[in-house]
Ligand binder design. Structure first.
Ligand SMILES: CSC[C@H]1O[C@H](OP(=O)(O)O)[C@H](O)[C@@H]1O
Ligand SMILES: Nc1ncnc2[nH]cnc12
Length: 318
């Protein structure tokens, strides 16, 4: 398959609305069966020629609150462009003293504290039932690949920012921040970080068989520290700017390597381990499944739902 396919998707969260020093090739705004993404997606090229797709989760100008992010359209749109791996960024609160604001973290687990108001599955409202495997909600191969590279990039930046791995992120509904009691409770539950964005994004990436990793940038200590004021949006904004500069630097140092490893022979067994993962998650075909629903799902999973011959030849691998 052509190396020009856009394999890497970047989702920018609060404070990360665009990437610098890239050549913008075009912007696209695919109309998916779940609507348009949060914002037009920028297809940009690194100096090496590596192309990436960048999407601002909250829209340009940050107009979309966490509960209203069109995550299904976002993931479906990235998949439609040929993206195979997503690196998603999130501004998070820290639930641990050692994860000071400015620190970076790549979590391995999620605790779901959203309230059921977000559409959380591509299969919702269809006649097709599926249960994605989600015990390990992030791509362990992609997070394992990222960790040493991000750590090295942070060291090279020289600002003393640390990277934490194997952490648990609590995803709350918002938009108000947690109460002090909730914040203390999340710590007791084993939460290390807190945001409002990783769900259903991570679940949808899994359903679309995309490798997905989250890079968290701590902006505050949430509200569990008895001696400190409870978090405010102002606290978050103060740290966002510096964090997003670091995120851009990290990306500039790792994207070419990621592209190379995604297209390297044999890597499909590792970095893209999610491909094929839905095979045993979807209930067997039944006459009760509506054709229109199968057609809709073919947008993200052509290998299982497209009745066209093309589907046989569709390769999710680069
Ligand atoms: C601006 S504070 C709360 C807001 O920030 C985080 O956004 P994102 O994950 O997109 O960086 C958090 O999840 C909340 O949506
Ligand atoms: N304390 C916090 N709670 C939820 N989301 C956040 N994003 C940044 N800080 C946060």
């Amino acid at each position: 398959m052509s190396e020009e396919r856009v394999l890497i998707g970047i989702i920018g969260g609060s404070g990360l609305y665009a990437l610098d020093n890239l050549t913008v090739l075009r912007t696209v705004n695919p109309l998916t069966p779940w609507g348009h993404p949060s914002a037009p997606i920028t297809i940009a090229s690194l100096p090496s020629g590596t192309q990436i797709a960048f999407l601002a989760r909250h829209g340009h100008g940050h107009t979309i609150p966490p509960s209203s992010v069109p995550s299904r359209a976002n993931i479906a749109a990235l998949k439609s462009l040929g993206v195979a791996a997503i690196i998603s960024f999130s501004a998070v609160g820290s639930l641990r003293e050692e994860i000071s604001p400015g620190s970076f973290a790549i979590p391995s687990q999620i605790i779901d504290r959203t309230k059921g108001v977000r559409k959380g599955s591509f299969f919702e409202d269809t006649s097709v039932v599926a249960h994605a495997m989600f015990g390990d909600p992030f791509s362990s191969k992609l997070t394992g690949w990222l960790a040493p590279k991000v750590e090295k990039a942070l060291e090279e930046e020289g600002k003393g920012k640390k990277l934490f791995t194997d952490k648990t992120v609590v995803c709350m509904e918002g938009p108000a921040f947690s109460t002090r009691a909730e914040s203390v409770m999340y710590r007791q539950w084993g939460g290390d970080l807190i945001n409002m964005s990783v769900l259903p994004e991570a679940k949808l990436a899994r359903e679309a068989e995309l490798s997905y990793a989250l890079i968290c940038m701590a902006t505050d200590y949430d509200s569990w520290r008895p001696q400190s004021d409870a978090v405010t949006a102002h606290d978050v904004f103060q740290v966002l700017h510096d964090n997003s500069a670091t995120a851009k630097l990290v990306l500039s140092k790792i994207l070419d390597d990621l592209q190379a490893d995604l297209i390297a022979d044999g890597v499909k067994e590792s970095l893209l381990q999610e491909v094929g993962g839905m095979k045993f998650s979807i209930m067997p075909r039944s006459v009760k499944q509506k054709q229109e629903d199968r057609d809709k799902l073919a947008y993200i999973l052509p290998a299982y739902f497209s009745d066209l011959e093309d589907a046989v030849n569709f390769s999710p691998y680069p």
